[in-house]
Ligand binder design. Structure first.
Ligand SMILES: [Mg+2]
Length: 429
């Protein structure tokens, strides 16, 4: 059925002025730049139901669109405060190594994706190298990969490397929207049952009744944290994979080790971010002194931070967020470093179908990727995530089905984009 709100891209002209870069690099067509980046739009979006006490980053969004003189548009997004992200992209430079990200891309050939990553990283080094600037760079890198795919008429994964033989398996993240622990217990079991019913083979329980990440003030003593794990295991049976994310709940390794003793009896596939991000010695100790694999990495930027996490933090499950880490280009490098160390990749994705598509393309070319994070509309509280993207990856029989369309294979709902953009504009007044 025709969808008047969806963005239309004319793929009939995809290959007119674009050719694959030569194996030696350089411009396609022997040095002549055929197509140029002409404009970059930064859309700051806000969910009308945004609650600042909620620990969900699906309440806001920074979506970028990179335009070319040929009329093709690449779409990207990243997971950080969108006003900060927009400033990282749009601010003009004031130093040879303190340039704005947008000004470095305007007029450039969009096909030189990996070369652009290096230019942006070096050119913004005095402002960035880590944190917000790299997260914003990630949105642009995703958009460049999307644009290259559209230009060459091929899906992103086909341009990223060889596809793995086995399908990409999603897991559902379950974070009931309640602030009372007893109500949480009931909801999380219902949601886990629903996840299994709609075809998921795995789900992650967000259990955070303590620490700075407690959702809407949810509070309970540490000893009660095992209750939802036991109840969900009972409800879904032994074949279903359960992950647990405690979202920085414990102040130190000692408290963590004491609390999680015996959780392995419930068959916990991994335990995510038990400690503050910078306590790498604590992570190493928790990894060493108990049997559940420790997972982390959702906030990290660049392969250099991941190297620290792997080498010093000794995690066994590595969780790059494609936008935050610096885009598909940098996420690929992190996956390679994890593979060299025999570690499992499970990408973080808590934004819209743009990030989920990017994670799915990444997983398709990453043999050591066990699962991707994925929320279908039925298990999602965020209007932004439900409404912004059309034709994204779908789950069929418990595995991810990626559309064959060029690039990321997604389309934006323009009406939703305008609506969320207006909400953000009102909030900023
Ligand atoms: Mg998490």
């Amino acid at each position: 059925m025709e969808d008047p709100g969806a963005q239309r891209t004319d793929f009939s002209r995809s290959t007119r002025n674009y050719r694959e870069p030569s194996p030696q690099g350089g411009q396609p067509g022997g040095g002549e730049m055929l197509v140029k980046i002409t404009r970059i739009d930064c859309h700051v979006l806000l969910d009308p139901g945004m609650d600042v006490r909620a620990t969900s980053s699906a309440q806001d969004d920074l979506v970028v669109e990179i335009h070319t003189d040929e009329g093709l548009v690449g779409i990207g997004e990243s997971d950080l405060n969108p006003w900060i992200a927009r400033a990282c992209i749009e601010a003009p430079g004031t130093h040879a190594m303190g340039l704005g990200l947008r000004e470095m891309l305007i007029g450039q050939d969009p096909l030189q994706v990996e070369a652009h990553w290096e230019r942006l990283y070096v050119g913004s080094a005095m402002n960035g190298r880590r944190g917000a600037v790299i997260h914003a760079l990630g949105a642009l890198d995703i958009a460049l990969h999307d644009l290259r795919g559209k230009a060459l008429g091929r899906p992103c994964h086909a341009l990223l490397g060889a596809s793995r033989p086995d399908p990409v398996v999603p897991y559902a993240s379950l974070q009931p929207d309640v602030s009372d622990f007893d109500a949480y217990l009931v909801s999380v079991v219902e949601w886990a049952r629903e996840a299994k019913r709609v075809g998921f083979r795995a789900a992650k329980l967000e259990i955070t009744p303590a620490g700075p990440y407690a959702h809407k003030g949810l509070r309970a003593p540490y000893e009660r944290m095992r209750e939802p794990i036991a109840a969900v295991r009972d409800a879904v049976g032994s074949e279903f994979t359960i992950m647990v994310d405690v979202q920085y709940a414990f102040p130190d390794a000692e408290t963590c080790l004491k609390t999680i003793r015996g959780w392995d009896e419930y068959g916990v596939y991994f335990l995510e971010t038990p400690l503050p991000s910078d306590d790498l010695a604590g992570y190493a100790r928790v990894s060493r002194e108990q049997p559940i694999p420790i997972a982390a990495g959702e906030w990290l930027a660049t392969r250099f931070e991941f190297l620290e996490l792997m080498e010093r933090g000794r995690v066994r499950v590595v969780q790059p967020d494609v936008g935050r880490v610096g885009g598909l280009t940098e996420a690929r490098r992190v996956c390679g470093l994890a593979a060299q160390r025999g570690l499992t990749i499970v990408p973080h994705a808590w934004k819209t179908g743009i990030s989920i598509a990017a994670a799915a393309h990444l997983a398709t070319v990453t043999p050591n990727c066990a699962f991707i994070e994925f929320l279908p509309a039925e298990l999602c509280e965020s209007a932004l995530r439900r409404d912004l993207v059309r034709r994204g990856p779908r789950m069929v029989d418990g595995v991810i089905s990626l559309p064959d369309a060029p690039g990321l294979g997604i389309e934006l709902d323009r009406d939703a984009l305008v609506r969320f953009e207006e909400t953000a504009a009102r909030a900023a007044r």
